[in-house]
Design a protein. Structure first.
Length: 119
């Protein structure tokens, strides 16, 4: 599986789950915002990991550590902004963010395992 196929799968998963939440819940903006932030982070990170592995596998571990800390800083900064300056329901946003954050990182871990096994 290449990064384009992985990106297609993750966007499809995001669209389906958002559509289901859109039908059953009335917190559209909160759920969408909780989806977008981890989605962008996961797509960006997984695509760069894929190309870094193809170009220079020896540098991949240090790159992944650096990208992890960078993502945590960005996520922390955005969470502080959302909780201090937003007018929507923060509990729904936080639950949506955590759910998508965990699921995207699990999918990213499986994708990385796949590219390591396939080489």
């Amino acid at each position: 599986m290449n990064s384009k196929k992985y990106s297609t799968y993750i966007i499809f998963y995001s669209s389906i789950t958002y559509f289901i939440f859109y039908i059953f819940f009335n917190f559209h903006l909160e759920i969408l915002t909780g989806l977008i932030v981890p989605l962008i982070g996961s797509l960006f990170s997984s695509n760069i990991v894929y190309y870094a592995f193809k170009n220079s596998p020896k540098k991949l571990t240090s790159f992944m550590i650096q990208s992890f800390f960078l993502k945590m800083l960005v996520y922390g900064f955005l969470l502080i902004l959302f909780f201090n300056f937003s007018s929507f329901n923060q509990h729904v946003f936080f639950i949506s963010f955590i759910g998508y954050f965990i699921s995207f990182h699990l999918m990213e871990a499986l994708f990385i395992k796949h590219i390591f096994n396939k080489g």
